[in-house]
Write a protein that binds this ligand. Structure first.
Ligand code: ZN
Length: 534
């Protein structure tokens, strides 16, 4: 050993510590004959000699720390040969203060991670995890704690050592998973499962951390389920996801009753949303025509890629929402509905017209009041106009950026008939918008199975559509003084999602074209949409 320590007791490093991964510092299991070892937690391969060298380095650091912590001349006491009172004194005066300071920081950072959802959907990247510490530092800290654990003699000190040990080990594994969530390497769910299982094991006996073990077990199930899902083992995936849901619900019920642990509830709620999203994905694949899961997975994988890129666009009005797990859940629910309808096991609301590709639109009611007449004859007229908003509008950068919302919807205020001056004076205007035919389109749509037609899933939610319509109205008012003066808008509301057949060519979607000037000019990049058509 590096510093020549031999013998038994707390100062003997080999009895307490195992070989560590050079890359993530998790314990490494290797046979003495192995030349190359692969870490089961982060997947990095390393030469056994390098792992040994790293281990020696950790030991040096740990022992240097212990020597520094224990007063000169007292080292012998730390070896466990002397009486418990003397060890207790060293622990209370010299060790505990140092551990408490360092642990305080790790505990705080670990709880910040625990407040977040520790789950990510297939083919998506999650870069929002707070990575305040390097797993190496955390594992080094945990090695120090192990090294001095025999100095804790009374129950209180023992309890403290055990909680510090448990949470810091778990935190190390969570940091590994945070790194895995930020990339899409093929085996990541396998490694995430290993890390969650090890973290669950670590906190098993820490009773104060109520709900934590169960949460980690649930997350291990979810990771296993997603590993199965991406390997197209559908039956096993469904079983694992069901068990993940049960474990996470139980963890939530326990955590909410604890003052310390209740901050996990918001994270667990989002993890449950990821479980539901994953179940929608599994359902969608199960309805794959001819059981060809691999073929059905292609547009889904592309969709997840598109959702990842949308959440990274620099538009503050959308960023928070597009990063939220519930946003993905709403979209993936529709994906499952589409696949079910295609298989004839369900239906989606469609307009019965000719076309080759179904484009999704939000049908929005936009109630407003406007003032008509002049002077002593002014009156308020109430109108409920109907609009269609392309549900793939985030794929149009001009609309998504907020520059040109009108491109992706039925531009009803532009299409209005400009009432003559005398009508207005007499208070005979009936509307200041012109969306009449849009209502007919909405009324004529019916539940159908799309059969062989290709279907584009939405990239937005009803709430997104409302936000876009509000932006649109704001711009219309800025541009048109008459409307600015006359219009009082109340809250727009989405009434349904309808699919409209179009016959896209390379340039245009050719959808709703019979609406003339009212037709949305864009449904987003057709190149992008072609990759997610199901
Ligand atoms: Zn590793």
């Amino acid at each position: 050993m590096a510093d020549g320590q031999v013998g038994s007791g707390p100062m003997n490093p080999t009895s307490m510590l195992s070989l560590r991964c050079k890359s993530c510092s998790a314990p490494l299991s290797a046979a003495p004959t192995d030349d190359i070892v692969r870490c089961q937690f982060c997947g990095s391969s390393q030469k056994l000699v390098d792992a040994r060298a790293f281990f020696d380095q950790v030991l040096l650091q740990v022992n240097a720390w212990v020597r520094q912590a224990i007063p000169v001349g007292m080292e012998a006491m730390a070896t466990g040969m002397v009486d418990p009172i003397a060890r207790h004194t060293i622990f209370v005066n010299n060790i505990r203060p140092r551990l408490t300071t360092e642990y305080g920081e790790y505990r705080f950072n670990c709880f910040n991670v625990l407040a977040q959802p520790m789950a990510v959907l297939p083919y998506m990247m999650e870069r929002g995890m707070p990575l305040s510490n390097n797993p190496k530092d955390v594992f080094l800290f945990q090695a120090k704690v192990q090294q001095v654990s025999a100095l804790a003699v009374d129950d209180e000190s023992k309890g403290m050592i055990s909680e510090i040990g448990a949470l810091s080990v778990a935190y190390g594994y969570l940091l590994n998973n945070a790194a895995l969530m930020a990339e899409t390497k093929p085996e990541r769910y396998h490694f995430m499962k290993e890390n969650f299982e090890a973290a669950a094991q670590a906190v098993k006996s820490a009773k104060k951390l109520s709900g934590l073990e169960e949460r980690f077990r649930g997350l291990a199930k979810l990771s296993k389920g997603l590993d199965d899902l991406t390997s197209l083992n559908m039956q096993e995936a469904m079983t694992q996801l069901e068990e993940a849901k049960t474990a996470l619900q139980s963890a939530r019920a326990t955590a909410i009753q604890s003052l310390d642990m209740s901050l996990m509830v918001q994270g667990i709620d989002k993890e449950l949303s990821v479980v539901r999203s994953s179940t929608y994905l599994a359902e969608a694949l199960q309805y794959a025509p001819g059981g060809d899961y691999a073929a059905a997975m292609t547009p889904i994988r592309n969709l997840m890629g598109v959702l990842t890129s949308l959440q990274e666009r620099p538009f503050p009005q959308w960023q928070g929402r597009f990063r939220d797990t519930s946003h993905h859940e709403e979209i993936l629910k529709v994906v499952a509905d589409i696949q079910k309808a295609k298989a004839g096991a369900g239906a989606i609301s469609m307009l019965p017209v000719q076309g080759t590709v179904l484009f999704p639109f939000w049908a929005v009611d936009i109630p407003y009041t406007f003032q008509t007449g002049a002077l002593w004859k002014t009156q308020g007229v109430e109108v409920t106009e109907a609009m269609l908003v392309s549900a793939t509008f985030p794929a149009d950068v001009d609309a998504f950026s907020g520059n040109e919302p009108r491109l992706v919807l039925t531009d009803i205020f532009n299409a209005r008939e400009r009432s003559g001056f005398f009508n207005k004076l007499a208070g005979k205007e009936t509307s200041i918008s012109g969306g009449g035919p849009v209502r007919e389109v909405i009324n004529r749509s019916q539940p159908y199975s799309p059969g062989v037609l290709r279907v584009i899933p939405p990239l937005s939610t009803p709430q997104d559509a409302v936000t876009l319509v509000q932006d649109y109205v704001t711009r219309v008012r800025q541009a048109d003084r008459t409307i600015q003066n006359q219009l009082r808008l109340s809250a727009p509301r989405v009434i349904s999602l309808i699919f409209v057949p179009g016959t896209p060519d390379n340039l245009r979607p050719n959808v709703l074209f019979w609406l003339g000037g009212l037709a949305p000019r864009s449904v987003g990049s057709l190149t992008m949409l072609a990759t997610i058509a199901m």
